[in-house]
Design a protein around this ligand. Structure first.
Ligand code: NDP
Length: 336
């Protein structure tokens, strides 16, 4: 039997696939192009990994062919494909909202049509974006909370649109489960990570600019030492290893059925990132913004205690999360 992973060329997906392959799962990935499939096949070089090409997840029958072909051999699905915020892309509905929402509907309806008995568990990579309170970021939220963002609010910027795309796509999944409870019997878990930090799975993917979330750390390396950094709340973070582990644990144990897993290890500011880099990489001191010793400490905005207990893991630390990005980036620049 195999695990179907959608969006299998992404930053987090490569870590999830790596963990699955290391535990001897067969993995069928879906990507948008043959070139991406070829690259990931080469990178893993593992006969348990294969690919299907799905060029447009916005189509409501996007996953039908794949589930028709492989339905009987797939017992778990991890749905990760979804657009990340992209500066300058203002086609909010078509670029973000519809692929996210329709992609979720199309994978679930393909399972219902072609693999309603063989698929045992579906894990959807949602986001803290579906939990955050867009009208008041200072409210402490938990797995029980939903972002109150409206469809109209979502169409005002790429950031808002991302928040909306994750909120409405996760809602679409829970609605599907309610509406189809007599026709499908798979278990379902939503994984809601904060900003995901950590190393790129393969060194060759370390470029000047990294994937959206790691770039929040990488960009500090390019700032001059004179730059004044914000000490105010930026976001909350979680290490990619913990995110991969949560996805794999979710398909392995029934106790995760019907749960939302809030993956949040703590809050950070740009200045706290710089402090961590200066502490851990003294060799680049003076080339980036300096540490500030009495830096503002930030309140917890997300209470992930329930998820942490359920998963039974200790979150990897902020320093470890920053280290893994910076170490790889500096190595590539020949500074280590
Ligand atoms: P990546 O951009 O690295 O991966 C996103 C994946 O989704 C890629 O494989 C991408 O394909 C695919 N994708 C994007 N848009 C489409 C589309 N329109 N049609 C088909 N496939 C598409 O991001 P991450 O690995 O960071 O994100 C993976 C998942 O985790 C997403 O669902 C994201 O919302 C969620 N998440 C990420 C967080 C983070 O901080 N990184 C935090 C919380 C949730 P392609 O390679 O072809 O572009």
């Amino acid at each position: 039997m195999a695990v179907l992973v959608t969006g299998a060329s992404g930053f987090i997906a490569l870590h999830v696939i790596n963990l699955l392959l290391s535990q001897n799962y067969k993995v069928i990935g879906t990507v948008r192009s043959q070139a991406k499939a070829d690259k990931v096949i080469r990178q893993f070089n593992n006969p348990n990994l294969s690919f299907e090409i799905i060029s447009d997840i916005t189509k409501l029958d996007a996953f039908d062919e794949t589930l028709k072909k492989h339905g009987k051999e797939i017992d778990n699905v991890i749905h990760m494909a979804s657009p990340l915020p992209e500066e300058g892309n203002t086609d909010f509905e078509n670029h973000y909202l519809l692929p996210a929402v329709n992609g979720t509907k199309s994978i679930l309806s393909a399972i219902k049509k072609f693999a309603p008995r063989s698929v045992k568990h579906v894990v959807m990579t949602s986001s803290i974006a579906a939990i955050i309170n867009v009208n008041d970021f200072s409210v402490v939220t938990t797995e029980k909370d939903w972002n109150p963002i409206t469809w109209e609010q979502a169409k005002t910027s790429s950031f808002m649109c991302y928040l909306g795309s994750k909120t409405y796509s996760e809602k679409a999944a829970w609605d599907f489960l309610k509406e189809n409870k007599d026709e499908v019997d798979f278990k379902f878990t939503a994984v809601n990570p904060a900003m995901v930090f950590g190393r790129q799975m393969f060194d060759e993917d370390v470029k000047d600019t990294l994937n959206v979330s790691c770039e929040f750390v990488n960009k500090i390396l390019c700032l001059p030492p004179t730059e004044k950094l914000s000490q105010d709340y930026a976001m909350s973070y979680v290490h990619v290893d913990d995110v991969a582990l949560a996805h794999v644990k979710a398909i392995q144990e029934d106790k995760f059925d019907g749960k939302r897993l809030l993956l949040s290890a703590g809050t950070y500011s740009d200045q706290l990132i710089a402090n961590s880099i200066n502490k851990q990489f003294p060799q680049i001191k003076g080339t980036i913004p300096p540490a500030v010793e009495d830096c503002k400490q930030l309140d917890i905005r997300y209470d992930s205690a329930v998820t942490q207990k359920l998963l039974g893991i200790e979150w990897k630390s902020f320093d470890a999360s920053v280290y893994d990005i910076v170490h790889q980036a500096l190595k590539r620049r020949g500074k280590l």
